[in-house]
Ligand binder design. Structure first.
Ligand SMILES: [Zn+2]
Length: 205
């Protein structure tokens, strides 16, 4: 009878999935597989700390119970370690994001700019169909539906700004100055909303 290489649970013919880290005929059960995907901390995703913690505990219990096959043990231990590190990084990223400042001007009251890092830009593309959708509303442009266009542009701007902040954070900045938007129309009903600014490091005076 086949068994899961992590928790040791017996597996039926159809319930086993192969363990992709290892190439032998090692199988992993659905429960372990689920925990394996839950343990990954992804940046920008809303992480459920409790789920991640539970998954880490789950694998730690498997290790403690001695059910983890020798061949996959390093991979499992590594996975737990990486999850802890990724969570720390993620927390640090979110803390920096919380303190992040931006302006369409060129300075911040009470701060001085200690470093100019990079000009950053980010684009959001509003795809095909967007304009035809809009033109069908054009007769009603002063009616309630005209808000749709503005709404889409605003959403696209928000997305562009989020990407812009990410790029600035990646560059090691804690602020953006001269934040500016451009709207471009490409052929085939495509609108590009681009945001740009200068990534800087600011310090309190
Ligand atoms: Zn299992």
């Amino acid at each position: 009878m086949a068994k899961c290489c992590v928790c040791g649970k017996k597996l039926g013919l159809l319930s086993g999935e192969s363990f992709s880290i290892q190439h032998n005929n090692l199988l992993i059960c659905d429960e372990c597989q689920n925990n394996r995907s839950n343990i990954n901390v992804k940046r920008n995703k809303n992480i459920n700390q409790k789920t991640i913690l539970n998954s880490r505990e789950y694998f730690q219990k498997c290790i403690d119970a001695g059910t983890v096959e020798q061949e996959v043990l390093p991979a499992i231990e590594n996975m737990i370690e990486e999850s802890v590190l990724a969570e720390e990084k993620n927390n640090e990223y979110h803390n920096r994001k919380k303190l992040f400042k931006m302006t369409n001007g060129y300075n911040f009251e009470g701060y001085h700019i200690s470093d100019y890092l990079n000009i950053v830009s980010a684009e959001t593309v509003l795809g095909t169909g967007f304009l035809s959708e809009f033109s069908s509303q054009i007769s009603d442009v002063f009616g309630t539906n005209s808000g749709m266009f503005e709404g889409k542009i605003a959403t696209a701007k928000d997305m562009a700004v989020k990407n812009l902040v990410d790029k600035a954070l990646d560059a090691g900045a804690n602020a953006l100055i001269g934040v500016d938007f451009d709207l471009m129309t490409l052929s085939n009903n495509i609108i590009v909303v681009s945001a740009n600014g200068t990534a800087v490091v600011i310090d309190k005076k």
